[in-house]
Design a binder for this molecule. Structure first.
Ligand code: ZN
Ligand code: ZN
Length: 154
């Protein structure tokens, strides 16, 4: 494992310990796969990844359970639109975030999680309330073209 990614996983393991949960080796492998990728990955892509990278066969059902666990531990996010997963950009632990915003390149599927300002969150909440709804698991997913793809198409 690359040392930078390993440091993040060690940290995640400590965090789980503090929460009274356990980072098993399979959970680590899935998290490692997501940390290595700059694209969102589906459960099936992660099954393939573990097979080629670790020579480990993890059934898709288990991968889903592992992803659920990692999501509860706030280590990964599920993208609703694509039903795929990404490692949290704040996983290294600089600060907490309330609303995640994901920029998703429509061309290469690269995903970037970016911070969203407090004032935007406030007006978003107000908008939702005005419409008679309640904000539930706020998460923004925005269709974009990344700079790399924009340049290559220019
Ligand atoms: Zn995040
Ligand atoms: Zn792109």
């Amino acid at each position: 494992m690359k040392s930078k990614v390993k440091a993040i996983i060690d940290r995640a393991e400590q965090q789980c310990k503090a929460n009274g949960t356990r980072m098993t080796s399979k959970r680590k492998q899935i998290l490692y796969g997501l940390l290595q990728s700059d694209k969102a990955l589906s459960a099936y892509e992660l099954v393939e990844y573990c097979k080629t990278e670790f020579n480990e066969t993890i059934p898709a059902m288990s991968v889903y359970r592992i992803l659920e666990f990692l999501e509860e531990e706030r280590l990964v996010h599920r993208l609703n639109l694509a039903n795929k997963y990404v490692a949290c950009a704040h996983i290294a632990g600089e600060h907490e975030h309330s609303v995640s915003q994901f920029l998703i390149c429509q061309s290469c599927q690269r995903v970037k999680e970016v911070d969203i300002s407090e004032s935007v969150v406030r007006s978003l909440k107000q908008n939702v309330r005005d419409a008679g709804f309640e904000l539930h698991r706020p998460q923004l997913e925005i269709n974009c073209i990344c700079a790399g793809c924009a340049n290559s198409h220019a």
